[in-house]
Each structure stands twice: as C-alpha cells, then as structure tokens.
Design a protein around this ligand. Structure first.
Ligand code: ATP
Ligand code: MG
Length: 393
C-alpha cells in the first residue's frame, strides 16, 4: 500500500546555509542503507523534506528496518501516494487508507493538510474539514478532536497527494560523514563498540584499532572484534580496522616493568599506537570505552596517566555511564551477544592481582625508561606489521 516514505530530520534542519550538506549526507546514507534491500528507490529532497520513493515492488519490512538504522532520521512515515489531486480522489484515497490502517476503530482523530501547490482551489482547512467529514461518514467510531487527537491523518497536496498517518521512530543523531573522523580503540568487550556507536551517531566517521596478542589471544578473539566492527558498521558505515600484533610489546613490558604497572603502561602504548594510525589517516580524535572507576585502569588517576601520552583529544562517551546502562545500550544496538562471548582479551592475560589504582605519571614515566633499549624498534615493527582490513556491514 505504501509507495514512499517521508523522512523527518530534526537537528540537521537547523544548520542554516550548510543545511544542504547535511541533507545530502543523509540522502547518501539512505541510499547506502537501501542498497541491499530488494527494490529500486528514488531518494529526493523537496522543500526541507527528504522522500524515499519505491519504483515498483519492494520489500517493505526490510526498508523499514534499514531506515530505522540510519543516524540523522528522527522519524519517518510510510506514505500512500494518490496521483490525482482532485478533491474527490483525495477523499476516497483517505477513506481507503484509513480502513486499511485502522479499520473502524473507536478513537479521536484530526486531519491536517499542507499544500505545496498554493493554486489548489481549496484551502488546507477546507481539505482537512472535507476529508474529516468523509472519514466520519464511513467510520462511526471516530470523533474529531483538534487539540489532542489519538490519531492523525496527514495530507500533503503537491502535484501528487501524499497521505500518511504512522510515525516510526528513527535513531536521531546526525548523518555519518558530516563531522570528520575519529579512531576507536576497539576491543572485544562490551564498552568500546558502544562508545564507537555513540560517537558515530554524532555524524563522525569511525576507524578502529584492535590490539591482539597471539598466541595468548586466539584467532577467535580476533574474529569476535571483526564481528563487533561489522555490527557497528551497520550504523556507522564501512570501518577500516587496524589489527596490531601487540605480543612483543606486552611481553617486553611484562619483563621490564613492575607487574602492578603493566596494565597502565600497556594502555599508554595502545594509545600511542592508535594515535599514530589516527594521525596517519586524518582522524581528529581517539575514542575509548572507558568509564570512571570501572576498573583499576579507569580511575581518574589512571585516565590522567593514559591521556598524557596523546595530543589528539580522547573522546570517552561512556565516561559517566554505569555498567548496566552500557549493557542496555549494547543490547539495543545488537553488540551485546557478541561482546559476551568468552574469548580471552589481550588485557586479561597478563593482569596483575593488584594493579596500581593511583598511578603517578612521573613514576610511570620513569618505569617506561626501562623499555628504552627496544621499545622504539618494537613500536616500528608493530606498526609495520599491522593488518588492515575494511569491515562492512
Ligand atoms: P571494553 O569492554 O571496551 O573492552 P573494558 O571494560 O574491558 O572495556 P579496559 O580493558 O580497561 O576496559 O579498556 C578500556 C578501553 O581501552 C576499551 O574500552 C577500549 O577502548 C580500549 N581497549 C582495551 N583493550 C583493547 C584492545 N585489546 N584493543 C583495542 N582497544 C582496547
Ligand atoms: Mg576490554
């Protein structure tokens, strides 16, 4: 029954002269998201609105699913198109439409009309009133309530007439590609995929870096991270994933430094390497899944110490989230089931029983001097041997 979708966007409507950039980015994201959906679609914009119109047969459910996963869409409405803008035709279509969607239901309702075509022989008010009467005649359970209607019928009269009633919630946020790029430190845990999702939701394109430590971490642990990147890519678009072999660096730190400082030093090297790749590809920030106090390496002191090695801004969208709230979000975006698969993480293997919770930056810097002999060479090797793959949804 529906030939089109009216796409409503909030924030991106208020960007002044740059508005077209946001609209174009949104249309681009819609086209990409609809590529795997059965059917052919025209994505167009007209007077501050974006429309998706199907050319012939298409898979309605898959289209709705795809539109639900696009950042920048506040809500969207499945639309019936009446080719003929004759008033009698509008009434008939509206009555048919209502019957199919709601049947003869008991509810209060209101008809709202907009005219794109101001030459139309009736005013918007007249059209609304006329269509309202036609509905009342056909469906005796209805009553008009113009202030707080339970149901709305919306009519847009242009060259053709658009009739719609339902609103489906979108993800909100901003279309990907409107806000530069950032490098996500992506592990196999629950937090970092959620962090990546949240920043991508603001329109930021995401790249990712994962540190693995074969043979201490398995091929399956690596596959899990690729799978997580693929889920995030469903929203954020294709993700370039750098897979860094971190074993030698980790072993070297383990050998040269105090065990309780291992995690914090290791995290500093992760940040350094991630920042290297970030700068190389023009990212303007790093993203982590850190949250204050969640573990020893995420106390305020530890965050201060890890932060000190980077000069790019580090975005930590989960910084003030409770774990349960992060879990809820990961379930909502679909990463949770994968994140809780039990494969070992490179951080969990060498962890000390009592890691420092209040590392002192000067002390840590002094400890790192014990790595002076080989660390530069190891960093170089780690960077040169990094595997780069493009992960698509
Ligand atoms: P997560 O659930 O995201 O793994 P976590 O609670 O396990 O987080 P940590 O292990 O302290 O926390 O890691 C903090 C952050 O550092 C992670 O959110 C992630 O951004 C990054 N990180 C940790 N381990 C790795 C790794 N092996 N590869 C890439 N990034 C990592
Ligand atoms: Mg982790």
């Amino acid at each position: 029954m529906y030939q089109a979708f009216l796409i409503k966007y909030g924030e991106i409507g208020i960007k002044g002269k740059n508005r077209y950039l946001f609209e174009d980015a949104l249309m681009r994201q819609i086209r990409i998201a609809l590529r795997p959906v059965e059917g052919e679609f025209n994505v167009t914009k007209e007077q501050g609105r974006v429309y998706v119109e199907a050319v012939g047969e298409y898979d309605y459910d898959a289209t709705v699913e795809a539109l639900k996963n696009i950042f920048g869409i506040v809500e969207f409405c499945p639309v019936l198109i009446e080719e003929d803008s004759d008033f009698e035709k509008i009434c008939k279509s509206a009555v048919d439409f209502w019957g199919k969607v709601y049947g003869d239901t008991n509810a209060s309702f209101k008809v709202r009309t907009r005219r794109g075509d101001k030459h139309y022989p009736m005013t918007s008010m007249e059209i609304s009133a006329g269509v309202g009467e036609a509905l009342l005649d056909e469906y005796p359970g209805l009553k008009v309530d113009v202030h707080e209607p339970e149901l709305m019928l919306e009519i847009e009269v242009r060259e053709r007439v658009f009739i719609y009633s339902q609103r489906i919630q979108g993800l909100k946020g901003m279309p990907v590609g409107t806000a530069g790029k950032a490098m996500l430190l992506l592990s196999g845990g629950i937090d970092s995929p959620v962090a990546g999702y949240m920043v991508a939701k603001r329109g930021v394109k995401i790249e990712a870096t994962y540190f693995h430590a074969p043979p201490y971490t398995s091929e399956r642990a690596k596959q899990k991270v690729v799978d997580l990147a693929r889920i995030v890519a469903k929203y954020a678009g294709p993700i370039q994933l750098n897979i860094v072999n971190f074993t030698d660096i980790q072993m070297y730190i383990y050998k040269q430094c105090k065990h309780e400082e291992l995690t914090i030093i290791m995290r500093r090297y992760m940040m350094r390497i991630a920042e290297h790749f970030a700068k190389e590809s023009g990212c303007l920030g790093l993203i982590t899944g850190e949250s204050i106090g969640q573990v020893a390496s995420q106390t305020m002191h530890s965050l201060y110490c890890t932060n000190a090695v980077c000069d790019l801004p580090v975005f930590r969208p989960l910084i003030a989230f409770d774990k349960q709230d992060i879990v809820d979000l990961s379930e909502k975006i679909g990463t949770y089931e994968t994140s809780i698969l039990p494969y070992e993480d490179c951080c969990t293997i060498f962890v000390a029983k009592h890691p420092v919770t209040k590392p002192n930056k000067n002390v840590i810097e002094r400890s790192e001097t014990h790595l002076a002999e080989q660390i530069d060479e190891m960093l170089k090797t780690a960077i040169e041997t990094t595997e780069k793959i493009m992960v698509e949804a």
